[in-house]
Design a protein around this ligand. Structure first.
Ligand code: SIN
Ligand code: MN
Length: 208
């Protein structure tokens, strides 16, 4: 354990998604936010396109060995930011969470960072571009509340939803690793963490 647990932390499970409520206390959220700002300064946010050529409503960037990218040619990991610069280091607060909740010996090689800073959503999808699904995905929420919808491994499986708040951490491993999930909407103004409101989500992934 590299950090003491903040007061009020508890764990719930929804369709196999393990939700660690309030896992980051306000000080840790602030530190992570500053580390995210450093990533964005070195690897500016961009608007990805779907395979159909539509602009996604979230803006994104990445840190680590690989960054996730999408355009008309499809979804894939890139070894460099689209500008040609290397991806920055993964934020230390996020790596500590991975060490505590997943494995201290094998660290993730991608931290995808999504910005929901205008009315943005993310349709139901699977995280399926990684080589080894025995590694979970670890997701961290910062800023305004988001309605997170989770289903099963088939698109038509029943779904359930829950609000994710700033500081909540979700682990999707086991059967939930290939399960459909998405963000239906953001409740703007519910958190004071981001000056201009909105939400940031970080997902840590083992890619190779
Ligand atoms: C994602 O699935 O990549 C993002 C989920 C979230 O924003 O919580
Ligand atoms: Mn996802």
């Amino acid at each position: 354990m590299t950090q003491s647990l903040p007061l009020g932390t508890h764990t719930e499970t929804l369709h196999g998604f393990q939700i660690h409520r309030a896992r980051l206390d306000p000080g840790a959220q602030q530190r992570l936010l500053e580390q995210v700002r450093d990533v964005v300064a070195a690897a500016p946010l961009f608007t990805p396109e779907t395979r159909g050529g539509k602009a996604m409503s979230v803006r994104m960037t990445s840190a680590g060995k690989y960054g996730w990218f999408s355009d008309r040619s499809g979804y894939r990991y890139l070894p460099q930011h689209p500008s040609g610069s290397p991806w920055p280091e993964i934020p230390a607060v996020a790596l500590d969470l991975w060490r505590d909740l997943v494995d201290a010996r094998r660290l993730p090689d991608c931290c995808l960072i999504n910005f929901y800073d205008r009315p943005a959503r993310m349709g139901l999808h699977q995280d399926a571009d990684e080589a080894d699904f025995s590694w979970p995905v670890l997701s961290v929420s910062l800023g305004d509340s988001a309605l997170f919808r989770v289903g099963g491994v088939n698109r038509r499986d029943p779904t359930a939803s829950t609000w994710l708040e700033s500081g909540d951490v979700v682990l999707f491993g086991g059967a939930a690793r290939r399960a459909y999930h998405g963000i239906d909407r953001i409740r703007f103004g519910t958190s004071a963490l981001l000056r201009n409101h909105g939400r940031i989500n970080l997902t840590l992934r083992v890619v190779d």
